[in-house]
Design a protein around this ligand. Structure first.
Ligand SMILES: Nc1ncnc2c1ncn2[C@@H]1O[C@H](COP(=O)(O)OP(=O)(O)OP(=O)(O)O)[C@@H](O)[C@H]1O
Ligand SMILES: [Mg+2]
Length: 519
């Protein structure tokens, strides 16, 4: 018998893509008014399951009941008309349209037969400001917004449709702590006014414990079960998702070689190396003010700041992707004029961009092609032939070290799960063998195990003497990975210090514009 409170029921859902069994006989029931977490490692089948609910995919087996009704005949439109709304992992926005057009798509206010543009903008702006005042201008074009702002637009769009059931696929992966709070506050305030049922997908365990009632865990496309969140610990969840994890081995983490290092041994044994990259008083009109730092070989520098603190803009200014109004960049002591990613690459700098959809990856190319594309020269013989075997071997090793879940390296990247696509972008840049690596938000959307693997790889790069910059809006990541840290607030350097000597609360405080106590 169906339980009275159940509003959504997945019964033995299976899904097969060519060569991949994404789901097999998954069962899940969602109760009216609850926040139900859906957890699983990258490629476990979470997004596939909710896309079946959205009728984007048709399951190969099984039934879904919405309020007791089989949704087999439903289309993406009718499912939304039932009051089910989605925020998909791969933000579905029309890049050439304005924010207002995207928010109001399908529900545009009209005057007679015409769209009432002014009202559309006003209503959108009101909804945006109710979420985070002043964060996004309704008149901007989507293509001009950062991924974080695009994420906010998706959230506001979904909320302004007054859904009864809201499905969120990693809504916070691109958001900072304060924006995540805004999302939770908005969800809470809706839930105080009316009934709202939520399916919530996230790799951030802390969030689940804060807002969710129950959790269903998928492992390799198979349902591991559903539990009250209170009955589980973090470790339980991770163990059910991926099996036991061994704690990272601190002893393996190499120390950098620069003076004043907290790892005093390294500093006293080795003479200080010249900076691999020196950034001096960088400024960008109206955006970045007077940022200076250096990174030495073997050192990892974290750049920490909330989303919107202009970390990406700073990196772009350094590499010459964006025009600077002041400042110089030196590589190994020599001043260089970088004019973009390509010239940076010539100077031995690799950038893993934040907006992978724009720059990182070609979705219609295979995993192998994407991985080696940027560095194809390395795999070409004197006579212009590609060293196929070596190329295949490199791709295989990189993908294995990142545990990319895929049937083969020849499948198109667009068929991989969100997190596995991210791993391909990372793999692509690791194939390059540069001297300076810049990672902009390297672990967004990557599951717990993948995350510690990427961190391990970053540490290994530093251990091999590379200079590494990691930009992150996640405080734990910034502290955990870096030897030293620059905190950015509104495009200005708020502080710079050794990571070993700093506390989580303090850098959050500084990143929100707080001032450090002298003494
Ligand atoms: N359109 C597709 N064609 C072929 N295979 C696909 C397609 N979409 C997903 N898959 C495969 O199905 C499996 C499950 O993918 P899914 O996107 O559901 O994972 P996920 O749990 O959402 O992971 P992540 O945390 O990385 O987002 C993966 O192995 C993926 O490669
Ligand atoms: Mg997914």
């Amino acid at each position: 018998m169906r339980e009275e409170k159940t509003c959504l029921e997945f019964i033995d859902i299976s899904m097969e893509f060519p060569g991949v069994k994404a789901l097999s006989k998954v069962r899940m029931d969602i109760r009216r008014g609850e926040i139900h977490a859906l957890m699983g490692a990258n490629g476990a089948g979470k997004s596939t399951l909710i896309k079946i609910l959205a009728r984007i995919y048709r399951q190969t087996e099984g039934e879904i009941f919405l309020n007791g009704q089989n949704i087999n005949g439903a289309t993406p439109e009718t499912i939304r008309n039932f009051g089910v709304d989605f925020i998909f992992q791969e933000l579905e926005l029309v890049p050439g349209f304005t924010v207002a057009q995207n928010i109001m798509i399908g529900i545009e206010p009209c005057r007679g037969p015409f769209v009432h543009w002014r009202r559309m903008e006003e209503e959108s702006q009101r909804a945006l400001d109710a979420f985070i005042p002043g964060a996004v201008d309704a008149r901007s074009r989507i293509a001009d917004l950062s991924v974080a702002k695009q994420q906010i637009v998706c959230i506001v769009r979904a909320l302004s449709r007054n859904p009864k059931i809201l499905v969120l696929d990693e809504p916070t992966s691109r958001l900072s702590a304060s924006e995540t709070e805004a999302l939770f506050a908005a969800l809470n305030s809706i839930r105080n006014q009316r009934e709202l049922t939520i399916i919530y997908i996230s790799h951030r365990l802390e969030e689940l414990f804060r807002i969710c009632d129950r959790v269903t865990i998928l492992k390799d496309g198979v349902g591991a079960g559903t539990w009250d969140i209170k009955s589980l610990t973090k470790e339980d969840i991770v163990a059910k998702m991926v099996g036991k994890m061994s704690p990272p081995d601190k002893a393996k983490v190499p120390s950098p070689a620069f003076p004043g290092d907290t790892h005093q041994e390294a500093a006293s044994l080795q003479a200080p190396l010249p900076a691999a990259l020196e950034v001096c008083r960088i400024g960008v009109e109206g955006l970045i003010e007077d940022v200076s730092f250096e990174v030495r070989p073997g050192e990892i520098l974290s750049i920490f700041g909330a989303v919107g603190s202009r970390k990406t803009e700073l990196l772009e200014a350094i590499l010459g992707i964006r025009n600077r109004s002041s400042g110089t960049v030196r590589i190994e002591g020599r001043e260089v004029k970088l004019t973009g990613a390509r010239s940076a690459k010539k100077h031995g700098i690799c950038l893993l961009p934040e907006d992978r959809r724009k720059f990182g990856i070609i979705y219609d190319f295979s995993v192998r092609e994407n991985t080696t594309l940027a560095f194809l020269k390395r795999f070409i013989t004197r006579f212009g032939a590609i060293r196929k075997k070596w190329e295949a071997q490199t791709v295989k090793e990189l993908c294995a070290s990142l545990r990319v879940k895929m049937p083969s390296a020849e499948v198109k990247v667009k068929t991989l799960s969100g997190g596995n696509q991210q791993k391909i972008v990372v793999a692509k840049w690791l194939a390059g063998n540069s001297n300076i690596y810049i990672f902009d938000e390297p672990t967004v959307g990557i599951d717990v195990r993948g995350k510690s693997e990427i961190h391990e790889i970053i540490r290994r790069l530093a251990g091999e003497g590379k200079a590494v910059i990691v930009s992150s809006s996640e405080a734990e990541e910034a502290i955990g990975i870096g030897h030293r840290m620059v905190v950015l607030f509104n495009g200005c350097p708020a502080a710079q210090f050794e990571c070993g000597s700093v506390k989580y609360e303090e850098i959050i405080f500084l990143s929100m514009g707080g001032k450090r106590n002298a003494g």
